[in-house]
Design a protein around this ligand. Structure first.
Ligand code: G4P
Length: 193
C-alpha cells in the first residue's frame, strides 16, 4: 500500500534499537481518515477468504482491527493482556514474550467469542519478531478456529517474524514492509516472501 509507505516516510521517525515511531497516525494519535483507508485495504486483500471474525490484541491493534471489521462487516475480538475482572466464563490463554519490552505476559480471550468453525483474520499494527501473532495463532488453535491469514500495518522484515509465519504457510499481508532502516533512511520492499 503506497499510501502507508508515504505516510511512514512523511511522519515516521526511527528511534534507537530498530523502533519506528508512528505516534502521529497509529500509536498515540490516530489519523481517522487514513485508518479508514487501512480498513478498506485489508478488506480488499482478504475479500475472497470467507473470514468470519477478526482477531487482534490490545491495545494498538484494536483500532486497525475495528477499521477492517467495519469495512468487512465482521465482528472483532481482542485478546486482553491479563485476565481482567470483566473476562468471565471459560477463558483461553497463552503466554507471549515481548521482544521489544523484554517481558512475558498472558494473553486471554473468552471461549464465548472464538469458536470451532470460525475462520479468523489476525490483525496488528506492527509485526516485529512475530510473538504477538504467534500467540493469537495459539489462541485460535485452542478454540479450534482456523486462521485465514494476518494483516499488519507495518512489518519490520529484518526482525524475521513475518517469515517465521510464512514458512508455516500463513498468508501474511503487511501494508508496508520495511527491509532496513537507519537514522537517515527507511527502505521498503515489495518482496514479502
Ligand atoms: P512481536 O509481537 O512482533 O514479537 O513484537 P514485540 O513483542 O517485540 O512487540 C512488542 C510491542 O512493541 C508491541 O506493542 C508491538 O506492536 C510494538 N512494536 C514492535 N516494534 C515496534 C516499532 O518499531 N514501533 C512501534 N511503535 N511499536 C513497535 P505492545 O507493547 O503490545 O503495545 P500496544 O499494542 O499496547 O501498543
Amino acid at each position: 500500500m503506497k499510501a502507508m509507505e508515504e505516510k511512514i516516510r512523511k511522519e515516521g521517525t526511527v528511534l534507537p534499537g530498530g523502533i519506528l515511531k508512528v505516534g502521529s497516525f497509529l500509536n498515540q494519535q490516530i489519523d481517522t481518515e487514513f485508518l479508514k483507508e487501512i480498513g478498506d485495504e485489508i478488506a480488499r486483500l482478504f475479500e475472497k477468504e470467507e473470514i468470519t471474525k477478526i482477531m487482534t490484541i490490545e491495545s494498538s491493534g484494536i483500532a486497525i482491527a475495528a477499521a477492517a471489521g467495519m469495512s468487512m462487516g465482521l465482528p472483532v475480538i481482542f485478546a486482553k493482556k491479563h485476565k481482567a475482572s470483566n473476562v468471565d466464563g471459560e477463558i483461553l490463554s497463552t503466554k507471549i514474550h515481548s521482544f521489544t519490552h523484554g517481558n512475558d505476559y498472558e494473553a486471554v480471550v473468552s471461549r464465548d467469542y472464538l469458536k470451532e468453525g470460525d475462520r479468523v483474520l489476525l490483525v496488528d499494527d506492527f509485526l516485529a519478531s512475530g510473538n504477538a501473532l504467534d500467540g493469537l495463532m495459539d489462541l485460535a488453535e485452542l478454540a479450534g478456529a482456523e486462521v485465514a491469514g494476518a494483516a499488519v500495518a507495518i512489518e519490520k522484515k529484518f526482525q524475521g517474524g513475518g517469515d517465521k509465519l510464512r514458512v508455516r504457510n500463513v498468508r501474511v499481508e503487511p501494508l508496508a514492509c520495511i527491509e532496513k532502516m537507519t537514522d537517515t533512511e527507511i527502505i521498503f520492499t515489495d518482496n514479502k516472501r
